[in-house]
Structures are given as structure tokens and as C-alpha cells.
Design a binder for this molecule. Structure first.
Ligand code: SF4
Length: 353
């Protein structure tokens, strides 16, 4: 059932239970981690063309027939929550607001019991007119990507002149009660790294929670270079020029962001140092792509085809067991520092962050 990417898929093969896997209903792996956080990519399409993510002309989008239908998607989410103990759902893309029927999928997810925590990561385009409907459908929290406050830079980085849509979307999310609204920023050397302090000031002023994310090698063009990545250490140095940052006393658990209290608090800033300070040892994530493939890690080189199981009529308990087997094979971490590191074939836009 597991597909080695680039090779023909083994569709239709039944579950292969590893006898060493314990009789635990949850998604456990050989390193003692338990996945309770499901990241769901709703579409690989996006309405921006960020230079660090994809080429100007876009990508070959997934044909609609390959995408899970809303019913298929909701069924797999139900399996995750009811059979596998998943507690948190994060909807991503591509750009999840482009998915038709999004609010229906959200509402069906919110109706599950135990009720999962529901969040959504968006680029903010179209959010201003959708925020209330998203909140009513059951979204608890939102992350909005924003790398710059300057209109011209936004247009250069995203290849679209839409910064006012994003700023309006942030306001609308806050007004719809989706607090705390988080902003995700990626700093690019020589492009927007001079805006670290301005971005934090903007977030503090408007009551948003800012998180800087180290850029990861997941771009479609395979152009990532470690030397051009702005590291967590550098981000700290940049911010320290204007702010006093102290470590947040709260236990971080499996959260990717290291939190810092800004100028004595109460506001905070987060840094997600995925590359220089990986947190894979505490990873609690499992991932589902828009075409129904389970990925155990952002950087996995294998996928497990649940769509084929759905379409051949497999029952929930069988799907759950194949999902458990996939997670049992999860690797220790992303291995970016390993000499033989290979970027996965699927780009970030088709995996979901
Ligand atoms: S890189 Fe993979 S193992 Fe590490 S935190 Fe991300 S999903 Fe988890």
C-alpha cells in the first residue's frame, strides 16, 4: 500500500501489519511518538506565486478527479478522529480558501465527537469576505502568511499585487473572533530580512501573534540553499536590535514555535527553526494530501494511498490499520543535515505546511 514516489503505485493491495507494531489504536511510531495532529491539504492550487515556493507560471495542478471529494475527505477525517485518536485538524493547501465546499468540510469536521480543534493556514486572499463563515463553520484559529508590509515587495515576492487583501483579511479574522490570529513570515536574505522588526511591531500593534519560519527545502524549483536561508539565530539578532526577548516559561510540548516574551510581555513572538533547531523528536503530525495520500512527514519519500482504499470500498477499520502501519514506519526526522538528504518530489504547495 505504501508508494515509493516516482514508482508505480501499489493500488488495491491490502493492509500489511508489521508484527512488531503494538496493539495500540493510536498513530504510534517506533520512536515512541504519537500523532494527534492531522494536517490536511485541501488543494494544491494557489492564487499567489511566491518566488520561494513555485515558478511564475504555476505548476501542473492535480486533476480534479484525483482529488478526494468532500465526502471522501470527511470520511477520512472521521477515521482519524474516531479510530486513531486525532485531536487537532489543520487545513492547508496550496491555498485552502480555493477549495469549493470548504465550509461544508469544516462544519462536518466540527460535528465529529470528540470535537477536534480546527485551524486553517491561508495566504489571506479572499479572507475578508470569508472570515465570518469560517468561524461559523467551526474554525478555531487562523494562520495567515505575510512576509512583508511593503506593497511593492509583496508584489515582487508573491508576483501578485494583493497586500491590501491580506491586511483586510487579517482584520476580518480578528473581528470574526478567530483570535489569536497568527501571522507566519518567512525572511529571505537580501529581500525582506530588513523588515523583521517592522513585522513584529505591526503584529504587536494589531494584536496578532507573529511567527518567523525558517525557509525549508520544499520549493518546486529545488532552489533552496542553506546559505541563503535566514536562520533562527539571525532572526533573534535582528529582533534584539529593537526588542528585548526572553524565553517563554510555558512548556513547548510538540509545538514547532519557540516562543519569546517581547519587552516583558504579555505579547510574544515565535520562531520556527525547522532547519537549525529541528523539533522532529517531539513531532505529533500526520499528513493527508488532497489526493488522499498519507505522508508521515513533510520530507517523507513514501506515501500511503488511502484514496484507492476508499474507492474500492474498504471499511473504516481497515483504512485505520493501514494508516497506523504507515505511521509505524515514520522516520526519526527530516534529515536535512544528512549527507544523502534528498528533497521530496512533492513541493510544499502540494503537501501543506
Ligand atoms: S520534518 Fe517531519 S518529523 Fe520533523 S517535525 Fe516536520 S513533519 Fe515532523
Amino acid at each position: 500500500m505504501t508508494t515509493e514516489l516516482g514508482l508505480p503505485s501499489l493500488r488495491g493491495v491490502g493492509p500489511t501489519r508489521d508484527p512488531a507494531r503494538p496493539d495500540d489504536p493510536r498513530l504510534v511510531d517506533t520512536f515512541g511518538r504519537v500523532a494527534t495532529d492531522l494536517r490536511i491539504s485541501l488543494t494544491d492550487r494557489c492564487n499567489l506565486r511566491c518566488t520561494y515556493c513555485m515558478p511564475a507560471e504555476g505548476l501542473d495542478w492535480m486533476p480534479r478527479s484525483e482529488q478526494l471529494t468532500d465526502d471522501e475527505l470527511v470520511r477520512l477525517i472521521g477515521v482519524a478522529v474516531h479510530e486513531l485518536g486525532v485531536e487537532e485538524l489543520r487545513f492547508t493547501g496550496g491555498e485552502p480558501l480555493l477549495r469549493k465546499g470548504l465550509e461544508n468540510v469544516l462544519a462536518a469536521s466540527a460535528a465529529l465527537r470528540p470535537r477536534p480543534d480546527i485551524s486553517l493556514t491561508t495566504n489571506g486572499i479572499g479572507l475578508a469576505r470569508r472570515a465570518r463563515a469560517l468561524a461559523s463553520a467551526g474554525v478555531n484559529r487562523l494562520n495567515v502568511s505575510l512576509d512583508t508590509l511593503r506593497q511593492d515587495r509583496f508584489a515582487t515576492i508573491t508576483r501578485r499585487d494583493r497586500i491590501s487583501d491580506v491586511l483586510d483579511g487579517l482584520r476580518a479574522a480578528r473581528d470574526a473572533g478567530l483570535a489569536p490570529v497568527k501571522i507566519n513570515s518567512v525572511l529571505l536574505r537580501g529581500v525582506n530580512d530588513d523588515e523583521a522588526c517592522d513585522l513584529l511591531e505591526f503584529a504587536l500593534e494589531h494584536g496578532y501573534q507573529l511567527r518567523f519560519i525558517e525557509q525549508m527545502p520544499l520549493d518546486a524549483q529545488h532552489g533552496w540553499k542553506r546559505t541563503s536561508m535566514v536562520t533562527a539565530g539571525e532572526i533573534m539578532d535582528l529582533l534584539s536590535a529593537r526588542f528585548t526577548l526572553t524565553e517563554h516559561p510555558e512548556d513547548r510540548g510538540g509545538a514547532p514555535a519557540e516562543k519569546f516574551v517581547v519587552d516583558g510581555g504579555p505579547q510574544t513572538v515565535g520562531i520556527i527553526a525547522s532547519v537549525t533547531r529541528p523539533f522532529c523528536g517531539a513531532c505529533d503530525r500526520t499528513r493527508l494530501t488532497a489526493d488522499g495520500q498519507v505522508r508521515t512527514c513533510l520530507f517523507a519519500h513514501t506515501e500511503t494511498d488511502l484514496r484507492a482504499m476508499l474507492r474500492r470500498g474498504a471499511p473504516d477499520h481497515e483504512i485505520a490499520d493501514v494508516w497506523r502501519d504507515a505511521m509505524w514506519g515514520k522516520r526519526a526526522g527530516h534529515g536535512i543535515d544528512d549527507p544523502g538528504f534528498l528533497q521530496p518530489d512533492r513541493p510544499m504547495s502540494a503537501i501543506g505546511g
